[in-house]
Design a protein around this ligand. Structure first.
Ligand code: CTP
Ligand code: MG
Length: 191
């Protein structure tokens, strides 16, 4: 599958822990294009796994995303994004900066998440939370097309993920149309 991504887009990775979001991001994007919730947790709390720092970590993540999109820089959000509300905040930021948002969904069998998470050196992910995240993802799938993404790409096997390529396309007219004036800065509830 070839995934077209406008060069000024927001890419929203969606997938439970162990679905391979960070691996996919590393493979297809420059490290500076990727804004990860774990990296933001580390920046605000010295610990990638600090769950009690979630609000501050996402405030930082949303801040970085907004500023990058305002400058027209391709930006990839590496966070689970399985909750509609998490995606809604990102979609609002993209819309207000007049940038397209593209969803890339890593929708793999639960057994894959379990086996990968079981052998991870970087963290231990409780099986319960992975099931919960997978459940949220499955319930999200039928909603994604109506949430406001310019493209929704669902990768639903390890083979599809391995074969996926990313093609950068010219930036959207939305962001570059001078007739629309400067991008608006906003303050959002979670940002
Ligand atoms: N992995 C793998 N094959 C892939 C992708 C990932 O074996 N095609 C392994 C990675 O080496 C890692 C684990 O699966 O040990 C989780 O991958 P990661 O990309 O870190 O998953 P994330 O979705 O980023 O997980 P999290 O939400 O916990 O950050
Ligand atoms: Mg990750």
């Amino acid at each position: 599958m070839s995934i077209d991504i406008p060069q000024d887009a927001l890419v929203v990775l969606i997938g439970p822990a162990g679905s391979g979001k960070s691996t996919f991001a590393r493979e297809h994007f420059r490290s500076t294009e990727v804004v990860s919730s774990d990296a933001c947790r580390a920046l605000v709390a010295d610990d990638e796994n600090a769950q009690d720092a979630t609000a501050d970590a996402f405030a930082l993540l949303h801040f970085i995303v907004r500023r990058r999109l305002r400058a027209g820089r391709l930006t990839v959000v590496d966070a689970t994004n399985v909750k509609p509300q998490s995606r809604a905040v990102l979609l609002t930021i993209a819309r207000r900066q007049r940038r397209p948002a593209v969803a890339v969904v890593l929708n793999l069998p639960e057994a894959v998440y379990r086996s990968r998470n079981g052998s991870r050196a970087d963290r231990s992910v409780p099986a319960d939370s992975v099931s919960f995240q997978r459940d949220l993802l499955v319930r999200s799938l039928p909603l994604l097309d109506k949430e406001g993404f310019a493209g929704v790409h669902v990768l639903d096997s390890e083979q599809t993920v391995a074969a996926a390529s990313v093609r950068r396309t010219p930036g959207s007219e939305l962001g570059s149309d001078p007739g629309q004036g400067p991008a608006i800065q906003t303050s959002l509830p979670l940002g």
